[in-house]
Structure formats: structure tokens, C-alpha cells
Write a protein that binds this ligand. Structure first.
Ligand code: PGA
Length: 251
């Protein structure tokens, strides 16, 4: 099995106007100058996917959506098909982010259908899992994460078309992060789950997400089975995002 190439993805969430594309091109300029080992992606709001993909064409930075519908087309006002993201120039799509699970009631079954849609469209699905603080305090973290992994990954998932992101809900946007031992414990469990179900389970990349910042990235990225990061707030500015890229890219 070839070594897993690190992957660092920025999730802009509901942030960014046309002027923000300058941050994406600034990131691509840094990548051109310093050629990091990590693969890079940015997931802007849907309104910017096509423009960002055009602006980043030919650079080392790929573009992704933040969600997709399970169907390829139809009467679903306000939704976006994976095929549309692909057509707009996307490479990735995030599915099952905890904000979608919480704000839009998405179950693991829904997330699984969306990940399958991503595969159908030729996109890499970045499938998010993670426990709430109440679940962690109840000692249920591994049970919850395993159930989400089993429920959210379609049978067609492979190391090439699927990335898992472990994002403890209580660490997202809070400035709090798990200890490295806690991250290692969950990533090892996810790896076991992947190995048990998929022939190429050793090749799937498992990202950590939740308050990854320039000052904690090196420590988090050095944890065994952490193959990169899914970064929210610190991905909005190239100057903040770049040290995180370097934290994995220099290892
Ligand atoms: P954060 O968000 O880095 O702002 O905590 C991470 C995420 O939700 O993907």
C-alpha cells in the first residue's frame, strides 16, 4: 500500500464573496512557490465554486462543494446536485458535516446517499463524523463514531473516492481541541472500522477537524492515522491557512 498523501481542506462554510477569491489565489501562489507535500482543497459556498475553480485552474489547489443532494436532478428547490458541482469544476464535496446533521436533520442514511451521489458524479466525498460533548461525557464517543462510519459510507467507497473527517462537534468553531491521545484513539477506531469493511481500508485518508489553527496544527497533524485536516475558520485567510498546510506538508 502506497503511503497516504496528506490532504488539507478548507471549509469556508457560509463565508465569502467574490472579493474573497483573492485569498484562494494567494494560497495557490504560496503552493506554487513552496510545493507542499499535501494535496490542497478549498470548499467555498456554492455561489463561488465555479469562479474559484476557474481562478485556480492549473494550480495545486482543488475546489469542493460543502453539500450535495442525493439525486442528479429534479424538483428540489435550493438544492445542488453532485453533478452540478462537478460541472462547475469541483473535485470534492463535503457530506454529513455536523452543521448539516444538526441544522438540516441529516441522518447517516442521508449522508450515505449523498456520498454515493458524489461517487456517481466523479467527486471525492469528504464524509464527516464526530460526537457531541454530551456523547463524549457519556463515554459514547467510539460507539457514536463507529455507527456514523458504518451508516454514512456507501458500499462503493474506496480510498480513491472517499475521505473521512473526524470532527468532534464540541471542537468546531470553539477553540477547544481534543488531546492528541483522544484524537489518536478515535482515528485508530476509524481505521479499524475501515479495515474491517473495505479491502483498501488502509488507504483511506482520515482528516482531523475542529479548531485546527496555525499554533496547534503541527501537534495534531503528527498524531498517528491523522492524514490531514478539515479547517473552518483558519482557512478563510491564506496567511492563516498556509502554516497549517506546512504543518503536514513538511513531515
Ligand atoms: P473550525 O471548523 O476549524 O472553524 O473549527 C472546522 C469544520 O467545521 O470543518
Amino acid at each position: 500500500m502506497a503511503a497516504r498523501r496528506p490532504l488539507i481542506v478548507g471549509n469556508w462554510k457560509m463565508n465569502g464573496l467574490a472579493a474573497s477569491l483573492a485569498e484562494a489565489t494567494a494560497l495557490a501562489d504560496r503552493a506554487r512557490a513552496q510545493a507542499p507535500a499535501a494535496e490542497l482543497g478549498l470548499c467555498p459556498p456554492a455561489t463561488l465554486v465555479a469562479a474559484m475553480a476557474a481562478a485556480l485552474k492549473g494550480t495545486a489547489v482543488g475546489v469542493g462543494g460543502q453539500d450535495c443532494h442525493a439525486k442528479a436532478a429534479g424538483a428540489h428547490t435550493g438544492d445542488i446536485a453532485a453533478e452540478m458541482l462537478k460541472d462547475a469544476g469541483a473535485t470534492y464535496v463535503i457530506t454529513g458535516h455536523s452543521e448539516r446533521r444538526a441544522d438540516h436533520g441529516e441522518s447517516s442514511e442521508t449522508v450515505r446517499a449523498k456520498a454515493a451521489a458524489a461517487h456517481r458524479a466523479g467527486l471525492v466525498a469528504i464524509v464527516c463524523v464526530g460526537e457531541t460533548l454530551a456523547e463524549r461525557d457519556a463515554g459514547e464517543t467510539l460507539k457514536i463514531v463507529t455507527a456514523q462510519i458504518r451508516g454514512s459510507l456507501p458500499d462503493g467507497a474506496t480510498a480513491a473516492n472517499t475521505v473521512v473527517a473526524y470532527e468532534p462537534v464540541w471542537a468546531i468553531g470553539t477553540g477547544r481541541t481534543p488531546t492528541t491521545a483522544q484524537v489518536a484513539e478515535v482515528h485508530a477506531e476509524i481505521r479499524r472500522d475501515l479495515l474491517a469493511r473495505f479491502d483498501d481500508g488502509a488507504g483511506f485518508r482520515i482528516l482531523y477537524g475542529g479548531s485546527v489553527k496555525p499554533d496547534n496544527a503541527a501537534e495534531l497533524m503528527a498524531v498517528p492515522d491523522v492524514d490531514g485536516a478539515l479547517v473552518g475558520g483558519a482557512s478563510l485567510k491564506a496567511a492563516d491557512f498556509w502554516p497549517i498546510v506546512q504543518a503536514k506538508g513538511l513531515q
